[in-house]
Structures are given as structure tokens and as C-alpha cells.
Design a protein around this ligand. Sequence first.
Ligand code: FEO
Ligand code: CA
Ligand code: CA
Ligand code: CA
Length: 667
Amino acid sequence: MTEHRSPDARFRTSLLEENDGPAINPTDNRTMGEIIAARFSRRGFLTGSLAVAAIAATVSPLALVAADDARAAEGSAFKFDELEAGIDDKHHVAPGYDADVLLRWGDPMFADSPDFDPTKQSAEAQARQFGYNNDYVGYIPIDGSAEHGLLVVNHEYTNPHLMFPGIVKIVEKDGKKEPELAPLSKEQVDIEMAAHGGTIVEIRKDGGKWQVVRDGKLNRRITSNTEMALSGPVAGHDRVKTNADPSGTKVFGTVNNCAGGVTPWGTYVMAEENIHGYFSGELPEGHKEAANYKRLGIPEGAYEWGAHYDRFNLAKEPNEPNRFGWIVEVDVNDPNSVPRKRTAMGRFKHEGAESIVAKDGRVVFYLGDDERFDYVYKFVTKGTFNANDHAANKDLLDDGTLHVAKFAEDGTVEWLPIVFGQGPLTAENGFASQADVLIETRRAADLLGATKMDRPEDIQPNGVNGKVYVMLTNNSKRKADQVDAANPRANNAFGHIIEIAEADGDFTASKGKWEVLLKCGDPSVADVGATFSTATTANGWFGMPDNCAVDSAGRLWVATDGQGPKATGRTDGLWAVDTEGAARATSKLFFRVPIGAEMCGPLFAPDDQTAFVAVQHPGDGGEDWDGFGRPSYYEDPSTRWPDFKADMPVRPAVVAITKQGGGKIAV
Ligand code: FEO
Ligand code: CA
Ligand code: CA
Ligand code: CA
């Protein structure tokens, strides 16, 4: 949470991505110079309050607003009564819908899973239960069904102050109550490791309500200890060899799995995002990886894993960080399959990996690197997708071309290939192979002159309208002389969304056009410069777009991360955002989370009759909410969502939203 800060880095309040440290990108890649108005005024003046302001001198602004409102409201692709924005300790959904808790942290996955007992938690139990801090949610149908399938869920990180009893002490510092966190025991570290990773679980809709199939034969927990393979160009390279793995091909575990994706061939891909926090210790003096790690903020040391496991201690295993920061692919149809870290897709703080099959059958993955001033990428497979032979798609992700985006002021975007030997990616710049280029993807992209963005999060191709939506969550560090056309606001506190149209509607294209769909924030505050349509109500605007989804009708849904009492006076939630016609840039609130949480997921079932949303880190924060007003921790959380039982801690959970009486959502 943006507003929750603690001097102790182990209170990991999403701080690994929202930390206030210096921006890591050291280059002075000129963004497009000080071009502000030229680009975004091109579209901004056509609709919304900017238009009103511009024409107000000659036409009654009120009449214009009314006409604009009516057109936008009529043209909206979303039919539902909007939810009221606000802040409290519960979740809320638009009237006429049910939002049922489906899976909570600690819920048993297998016949032999112990029931959740937070006072007697063990790593063994946790590895057989639903993990912590659910983020990405995907659905893989069984036999093509929209009512029976596998739910795949990432578990991004852990919040020990909310998970473990007895480790927080409230102390008085300068007249203010502050929480203090005791060091974690090895057993607690082991629980954390088992609570990370992912879940694959069978679910079924019965009588209109979703149920978890406990002990479904494909149910699986992936953790920070699961054996994985490194595959693609980096596999076996000297820079990924360790004492424990002299082959450079076998890795234990995955961490910080943020968003992700389901491939067209039905595998689950998990993005490794903020890997820097898991590493501690110091590299040997003068080590050759020092600059590489610095570019990623490694080591950050928020986790205490390095005290117990050599692989997270740089002094003992200096190459280990090169084995994290990848996209991981999991074959969900075999619970014993070895997940593969697909190194061809680059190494950075991977946010997500949503994909689409292009006209010629190659598959395109859109990838964000979530850091202030880092980049937007896409990966194009070399081979083509074969819908009739799933085995033929097995290693598509090992061979292809990674590209990074350069956004120009004239509304075009160029996708620059990141290929060893091309342009500056040569021995002169310290690259001896494609493996070197991929291990240091950020530096390669720096050299290519990519556009420094305002924290790229989820990026979603839309197969219905052929566009691509890029969530840029915020960047309070961007100075006035650093704005460019694609990142047009200095001190961008609320983020924006860019819409890309690839050339000729071909997702593999090396060029495209782009425009800003939406600058987020409160449109009633002129200085914010938000560009929601005038039909957007006081409940309908939002800030900090993060995860997103497109339903089968091609409608865009945006989840947010970082709102709250101080930032926006509302909790995070799920907003429906029109992209077409007169309603374009109209937004409506559909669901909101309890205090302290961020909204993850979201995901629509193939029949659009269910929206799955993930409520991540509920209860993480509350000091600045006048309904609570003190530090939130295990014994005294700002909410006990979703159970509201005195002996149950607050628990991250996945929620299934359905229309009362059935039917498609928002129709
Ligand atoms: Fe884990 Fe960038 O969100
Ligand atoms: Ca995210
Ligand atoms: Ca998504
Ligand atoms: Ca985020």
C-alpha cells in the first residue's frame, strides 16, 4: 500500500514494488524530450472535461456536459448499477450480484491437508493448503466447460505481521505507537516459503455456486521449494551455475509471482516480479555480477531467507539471483511436471504474461517490468501454435524474439528486438551471447533506447477489438523535465492506461500506433489532469491501475493497487472501463475490497457469468483510516475479513462474483 510505511522493511506492504528508494534505471535514455501538450491533446480534446474547458467560451459548459453524459451513458457496454466507493472492513459488489468467498489462505487442497489452524501452522501443512497473497487468477476449462475447470492462482508474497501470532510488539516512538517485528524463526521462514508460489485447483459450479474440489486429481501447490528447470538460451550458462547446481539447469522454487497468464495451449505462466527482496548478504568484493544486480536492486533483504538458506545469501551463492526474475511455465495436466523457467522471455521484474495468437499462428506475450522508469516488452514465439496437437506447443516459449517498446511523440510505437549481435548488443558492451543479453535484459533495453515508463503492470491484448491495454500504475518520481508523450504527467501519482493498435492488426508487428486511453485520478481536481469521460461519476474514477482483464465481449476491467484513505479516499477495487464510441473512458465501480487490501485477479469465466477476483493483503494498513487509526497486525488487525471470527486472522482470498439469478455479468 502506498500510504503504509514502516521503517522495518520486513513489513512488506507491497513495498517491494512501491518502495521510496531511488529509481534504479541509471540511463539517461532521453524520453522524447519535453513534449507534453502536442501528443496527448490530440485525443484528449475530443471528449470529457478538457473538451468542456476548451469550448466553454462559446457554448454553455453545462449543456455540453449534459449532452456528453447522455451519449456516454447510453453508449456504455456495461449494464449494472454502480457501487458506491468508500472504505470499510468488508468487500462490496454492485447491487444484484453475489460476491462469495471461494478460497482463503490456509484452505485445504488435498484429502490429507490439515485444517487451517493459524496458531499451529507448519510448513508441511502450508504446502498442502492455499497459499498467501493471491494475485493472478486464471481459469483452464476441463473438457471445454465454463462451469468446471482448473483455477490457477499466484501467491505473490507474505505478510508475517498478519500471518504469525506473537511477533509484533507495539512500542512508543516519539510519542507515536509503532509496530516492531521480532525476527522470524526458521520454521516461520519455512512457512513463508510454502505460502509463496502458486495453486492449481479443480473447481466446479453447482447450483449456480462455485465449489472447490478438494483432492481433485490435478490439484497442486507450487512453492519456493518446488524443483524447476531453467530452459531456453540461458540454461546451463556459467552465470546460472551454483554450488548446489553445477549444471545451471535446476532451480528450487519461484518467488513473488505477481500476475501471469494462461497460454493458448492451456499451460499456466507465472511472472517472477520483485525478486530483489529475497536476497541478502554481500557479493564477494569486485564480483562480476555487481552491476547486473544493482540494476535490479539486489540485494534488498526484506526477507530473512538468506539466514537459513545459502541460495538466498549472495556471499554463499553469488549466481543465484540470475536464476530468478523469469517467466515460469507450468503444465497443469501433470501434477508431477517440472515447471520451466523460460529464459527466452527475458529477466526483469516480470509483472504478467498475457498472450494472444497472431494471424500467422505465432504467439505474442505482452510483458511489463514493474519499476519506475522501466519498460514494456513483448515476446513473439518463433514457432506457431498448433490447436490440434498440444504436445507440439510444449516448448514454444524456448525460442522467439523479445522486443522492448519505444513510444514516439507522433503516436507510433516501435518494438525493438533484443537480439545478441544486433545494434549495441555486442561484445563491446559486454555481451558474449544471447544468454548474456537475456540475463541483463534491462541493460540491453537501456542500450536500445527504450522508453522509460511509469511502472508497467499488467498488459492485456484484446482479441475482440485488436488493441492492447497497458496499465501504468504511477510514478511519483517523474520530474517535469522527464515527461514524454507516453508518460505525460510529472509526479504521476495516479497512473494512466495506454492503448496500442499494432500495425495491420498484426500482434507480431514491429510497429504500431498508441494513444493514452485514460489518465487516472480524481477528475474533479483540476491539477490532477484526469481524463475520465464526464459520464464517470464520483464513484467511477480510480487511481493506480494494476491488473486488468478483458471479458469475452472484449470489455476492459481494471483492478487497482494503492488507493486508500489518504491517496484517493476509497479502497481498491474493480472498475469497468469503456473503450469504444462515445462512452470511451467512462468508468464504473463494480467491486471493492476491505481496508488494506489490493485488488488482484481479475478473471472472467469463458461464459462471462463469473468474475473471479483476488483480494490481496487485506488488513495491511489502517493507521490512516479513521475507522481504525492504529497499526494493524495479527492480534489487532484493521479487518478480520473474510471470516470475522475472533480466533481467525485476516486472510487473503479469491472471491467469485455471479449475478443473482444467473446470467452474464454487466449485460
Ligand atoms: Fe506485483 Fe507490480 O504488482
Ligand atoms: Ca500487480
Ligand atoms: Ca490480466
Ligand atoms: Ca502493484
